[in-house]
Design a protein around this ligand. Structure first.
Ligand SMILES: Cc1ncc(COP(=O)(O)O)c(C=O)c1O
Ligand SMILES: N[C@H](C=O)CCC(=O)O
Length: 424
């Protein structure tokens, strides 16, 4: 890749950032890039172009939303059209209807929807809605599942919460923690025991974990959860903030053919702009204000720019080709990694994968924590030195996009092979 300019610029920015922001960043995982984060000036297709003039192939993709790659023309045009028409109305707009219709056309469990501004808001409101609807207080979540940065989700959370050693955040009232019960992923017995004993409003999970690396649920596990939650009158919430429109138009629920009561969405449905959504059965979603008594509101809810970008993104995905390219890119890289003995376990689903060193099977968060994360980081840093950006944490997902063409994949594989020979 082209290398120009000097490194001083990044260092200066980082020094200033450390004075301005806790840990120098505004979302912790960004500080996991060592020895310091690089600063992006612009991005296009599969590339990030840094402030000190490096061109880096990006497999982080904004932590998932950018399934079409950076600044795709079709999305850009729709966003510019929308900006020309204004970007915040404080009234409903047609584009929110169109995006809602599009989502519910593909995700059959989404009969009605509420748009919010992040995945965090989506899961926070989904949990509140489940509590309001069932008139119960407790929820079950799974070790290592990440549902964003609110009080009810930061209990043995994955992603940066695990990376930075705060799986349970300080500042959460003890009484809140008591309402969140924890099970291991893929462990149905634990769930049944809690459901039998407690008044559980909902079971919430990532149907494919993407925040401890990639860990797919067992088919039996999801089917069992569906059955058990029905039996005990609890709601089943699939957190598809990552998987929604990434593993296919119908999300993970379409892939497994297991259908939840509520689905949380984010990332891809905003085409790279801030978004979150809670979708589900009419009778449940209708409990949100102003119809019902579960409060949700937001100045920026359903903001027209995110709506337009999300709609344009889904319209592109409907053509099928973007999925073909993104999935083929991941498949080809995984196939090559599989041939190299140092990469012990590679979990993958469609355009998501992660590598685990020193462990033969990764089935839950405990397994992921037992992997040799130092080795992953050594590999990730060497790759970055070679202008390929994989996530800076074992507990994130490597993503591919429709911009990861054969040429980019070949280049990536070539560099991986070179680096693999340097890792003991
Ligand atoms: C599965 C899942 N749920 C929720 C969230 C929270 O989304 P956001 O970062 O948009 O608040 C994330 C990612 O951050 C996620 O991966
Ligand atoms: N794993 C997180 C979401 O998926 C990564 C995004 C972040 O925390 O900044």
């Amino acid at each position: 890749m082209v290398k120009r300019g000097d490194a001083v610029l990044n260092k200066d920015l980082w020094r200033e950032a450390l004075n301005l922001f806790a840990g120098g960043v505004n979302s912790p995982v960004r500080a996991a890039v060592k020895p310091q984060p690089f600063y992006t000036d612009h991005a296009y297709g599969p590339f990030l172009f840094t402030e000190n003039n490096k061109k880096i192939v990006d497999y982080v993709l904004g932590y998932g939303p950018l399934i079409l790659g950076h600044s795709p023309q079709q999305v850009k045009e729709k966003v510019i059209d929308q900006i020309n028409k204004g970007w915040l109305y404080g009234t409903p707009s047609k584009v929110e209807i169109k995006l809602a219709e599009k989502i519910s056309q593909h995700i059959r469990t989404v009969e009605k929807i509420r748009f919010v501004n992040s995945g965090t808001e989506a899961t926070m409101n989904a949990i509140r809605l489940a509590r309001g609807y069932t008139k119960r207080e407790k929820i079950i979540k799974f070790d290592g599942n990440y549902h964003g940065a609110h009080d009810y989700a930061l209990v043995d959370a994955g992603s940066a919460a695990t990376e930075f050693g705060v799986p349970i955040s300080d500042g959460i009232p003890k009484d809140v923690l008591k309402t969140v019960l924890l099970c291991n992923y893929n462990d149905l017995d634990c769930v049944e025991n809690f459901l039998k004993k407690e008044d559980i409003a909902a079971v919430i999970l990532e149907p494919i974990m993407g925040n401890m690396g990639v860990i797919p649920a067992d088919q039996d596990f999801l089917e069992g959860l569906r059955e058990l939650t029905k039996t005990y009158n609890s709601l089943l919430i699939f957190d598809e903030v990552i998987t929604g429109f990434r593993v296919g138009l119908e999300g993970a629920q379409g892939l497994y053919e297991v259908y939840p009561d509520l689905t949380t969405l984010g990332k891809i449905i905003g085409g790279g702009f801030p978004i979150g959504a809670i979708g589900g059965k009419k009778e449940i979603i209708d409990n949100f204000t102003p119809n019902g008594r579960v409060f949700n509101a937001g100045t920026f809810n359903a903001n027209p720019v995110s709506m337009a970008a999300g709609l344009a993104t889904i319209e592109e995905l409907e053509k099928g080709k973007p999925y073909d390219i993104a999935n083929a890119a991941a498949r080809e890289i995984v196939e090559e990694l599989d041939k190299i003995p140092i990469f012990h376990t590679i979990n993958s689903v469609k355009s998501m994968f992660q590598i685990f060193f020193g462990i033969e099977e990764v089935h839950n968060a405990k397994d992921a924590r037992n992997a040799n994360k130092e080795k992953y980081i050594e590999f990730q840093r060497k790759l970055l030195d070679n202008d390929i950006f994989f996530p800076p944490s074992q507990y994130e997902t490597i993503f591919t996009s429709a911009a990861h063409t054969d040429e980019i994949v070949s280049l990536t594989i070539e560099r991986i092979k070179k680096i693999a020979s340097e890792i003991k």
